[in-house]
Design a protein around this ligand. Sequence first.
Ligand SMILES: [Zn+2]
Length: 121
Amino acid sequence: MKRLNCPHCNNPTISWLRKQCLGPARRINCPGCASKISVAWKNSVPTFIAVTIAVVSIGYFGAEIRSLIGFAWATTLIILFFVLTMVIVGIYHHFFVPLEVRARPRSERVAELFGSESAVD
Ligand SMILES: [Zn+2]
């Protein structure tokens, strides 16, 4: 599967699945340059809204369960709706939630501290 470029070192080090599982509260290390990578907060807001709607609607459909047929119907709707939401969220996350650098690698910050950017690779 195609790997995504690190926003810091521009090397394709982040796997697609890793980015999809990444929320703005989590950070991952770039295996290439060791900087901390996350996704932008503001772009993640629609993802939270969609997941909240999905969970609330599961409760709504669940309340419709009064008979065996109703149960089968509600279960089918819940599964369909949930899968659909996850697909939409996945597509949105893939195209509209960019990776961003949260913290540059320690070696780089140390190098800056001593006034020589190129001292440490
Ligand atoms: Zn990197």
